[in-house]
Design a protein around this ligand. Structure first.
Ligand SMILES: [Cu+2]
Length: 153
């Protein structure tokens, strides 16, 4: 009976999270670096169009055994990367992961990762709902304080 009850529990959980929790992802990209680099950062825009807060609590990837959420903190005028445990999204909130701010850090990437077109990211919320995001590998514009980003359409 123990197995049956856990199956029922999982079924109930996934049904409710599918119905009520749906994040949207836009412009996912991973920074292309020289092939000798085994780590990189990924950036994207995450929107929560629902009326409930959703917290992303974990990330993984087929291309990397270690994926973390990071942010930049400023201490004595110096920017340093810091791991954050989760990415909370309030109801209706859009969070932009970008250079100099929040990002997704991938460590120990597979050796030929720079030849890929995409890195597939899996993001998990607190209800264990899994979101699959394909981050296009390419050059990412640096975003320093003196540089304003312009969009050309
Ligand atoms: Cu980082």
């Amino acid at each position: 009976m123990r197995l049956l009850s856990s199956i029922l529990f999982i079924t109930t959980l996934s049904t409710s999270s599918t119905a009520f929790a749906d994040l949207l992802f836009k412009d996912a990209q991973a920074r292309l670096l020289p092939p000798t680099q085994s780590q990189t950062a990924a950036y994207l825009e995450i929107s929560n169009p629902t009326d409930k807060a959703i917290v992303l609590v974990a990330a993984s990837s087929d291309s990397s055994p270690r994926v973390e959420f990071h942010n930049h903190v400023y201490e004595n005028g110096m920017a340093a990367m810091q791991r954050v445990e989760n990415l909370p999204l309030a109801a209706g909130e859009t969070l932009t992961l970008k250079p100099g701010g929040h990002h997704i850090m991938l460590f120990n990437l597979q050796h030929d990762w720079t030849k890929l077109d995409y890195i597939t990211l899996y993001l998990f919320d607190e209800n264990r709902k899994k979101y699959t995001v394909k981050a296009k590998i390419g050059k990412v514009e640096s975003n320093t304080a003196s540089h304003h980003k312009h969009h050309h359409h």
